[in-house]
Design a protein around this ligand. Structure first.
Ligand code: PNS
Length: 162
């Protein structure tokens, strides 16, 4: 039984995240999608809202035999990964610009906890420029974001803007 943690802010979940989860399901029997509780950030959505959105979109999709759980965590990621008895951390890499930051985190995490491997996965090209930050920015400025986030997420974003 192989368990991975897929950590992130998920503020909100995008189709790029869902693409990575789908790919991760080919490698792991269980993926815990772990939302970071970060008091220093000013998110658009609360942890509870982010969790609801993830659960909503994941419950509608088939993931083979892969079990998906949505949780939140605080503190060190590797500590949480050990507590949850995970084998690996999954991270998506879109472009070279992501690589430097991700490499640093992966190596620091390895130093802190050599038992946990980081697995990088590439999303479909169609999502290579999609990030929660940019989706929020263009949406707030009136642009269409159809196809970049699930329809239910777009609806919640519209509610937030009201
Ligand atoms: O979606 P994000 O915001 O790029 O995710 C970043 C995340 C959650 C993976 C990273 O900030 C993290 O792991 N935070 C937990 C605190 C921690 O362990 N920091 C040391 C990382 S080397």
């Amino acid at each position: 039984m192989r368990r991975a943690i897929y950590p992130g802010s998920f503020d909100p979940v995008t189709n790029g995240h869902l693409d990575i989860i789908e790919r991760g399901c080919k490698l792991f029997d269980e993926i815990i999608i772990a939302i970071l509780v970060n008091p220093n950030k000013h998110p658009m959505f609360t942890i509870e809202e982010r969790r609801e959105m993830l659960e909503e979109v994941l419950s509608g999709a088939a993931h083979g035999g892969c079990r998906l759980l949505v949780e939140d965590f605080q503190g060190l990621l590797v500590q949480y990964a050990v507590e949850r008895e995970a084998d690996a951390i999954v991270r998506g890499i879109r472009a070279i610009s992501d690589y430097e930051y991700e490499l640093q985190m992966a190596l620091m995490n390895r130093r802190l906890e050599p038992r946990i491997e980081t697995v990088f996965m590439m999303p479909a090209e169609a999502y290579s420029y999609v990030s929660s930050r940019l989706v929020k920015e263009v949406f707030q400025l009136g642009a269409a974001i159809e196809g970049l986030v699930p329809a239910s997420v777009e609806a919640r974003m519209r509610e937030k803007l009201k």
